[in-house]
Design a protein around this ligand. Sequence first.
Ligand SMILES: NC(=O)c1ccc[n+]([C@@H]2O[C@H](COP(=O)([O-])OP(=O)(O)OC[C@H]3O[C@@H](n4cnc5c(N)ncnc54)[C@H](OP(=O)(O)O)[C@@H]3O)[C@@H](O)[C@H]2O)c1
Length: 302
Amino acid sequence: MSQTSTAGERDSHRAISGKTTVVGLIGWPVSHSISPPMHNAAFAALGLDWCYVPLPVPPERIGAAVAGLPALGLRGANVTVPHKQAVMPYLDRLTDAAQAIGAVNTIAVEADGSLLGDNTDAPGFIADLRSHGVDPAGQRILVLGAGGSARAVVYGLAAAGAASITIANRTLDRAQALVAALQPQMAACPLHVCRHADGLPVVAGQADLIVNCTSLGMTPNTETSPWPDGLPFRAGQVVYDLVYNPPQTRLLQQAAQSGARAIGGLGMLIWQGAIAFERWTGAPPPIQPMTDAVTAIFAARG
Ligand SMILES: NC(=O)c1ccc[n+]([C@@H]2O[C@H](COP(=O)([O-])OP(=O)(O)OC[C@H]3O[C@@H](n4cnc5c(N)ncnc54)[C@H](OP(=O)(O)O)[C@@H]3O)[C@@H](O)[C@H]2O)c1
């Protein structure tokens, strides 16, 4: 247990017994993830005899690890880098979201032992946007990046009724592949591409909402930003940065300085976990204790 664990989390660990229901996080590596303390705080807050453990799985063992979930009596697992696509062949069923996005971040072990793969990044992102009073319905949206998180974000935004989405990526082919994969299922929302970052001056002003799905700005490269210096934001634009480490990114500072509304990605992290929590436990997720646990970890990290 790290020095940043909360009192509730330590209590839940003290109570582990043969009756405790176990879920976990499959990744490689997973030692620095904040999902275990976040979920354990939620279990403690609801008095559930559950615990959430890191499950470090090297790539060559991923099939055996997934097949072992029901055998070991686990109720489910989250899946993170680098396994979000690799787990898919080992699952019995996929939700529409996981199928369309092409990645699984949540596995549920069903009552009959079968495995359901879901993706809670998309609804987690939309839930956090809405918790900030932002409804993507009818909005023109600019997404920076075309990697795994961009697929979930574009799917979520289009499903939530966005008017149009432009995907700006350094590697144009990757943005075009994203559009080719999602546009047929998202006919009501036109998807466009442009090159990041030289295409941004043309499209930036038209966007109501700008979402950063690149890794620019993430620790340790905190001085970087996906937004070109000197390119203004429009007053009233909303800028959402998926990067949550650090919570205050250079992009968010640029946005706030030019009068846009800046929202960081910690809330998405909490909501994607909260939706997985509800899928496994059937209980409404306790958002505030989860938020408190995550906030305490970042405060301790300084
Ligand atoms: N808040 C949350 O809950 C949440 C959830 C998921 C992810 N995230 C964060 O979102 C970020 C992206 O994650 P991901 O899984 O989508 O990563 P990914 O699949 O590796 O995609 C990375 C993206 O960043 C772009 N990029 C990387 N370096 C760049 C550079 N120097 N200049 C321009 N573009 C660059 C890549 O462009 P190319 O295609 O040209 O390489 C690609 O579009 C990470 O920081 C991750 O922590 C947050």
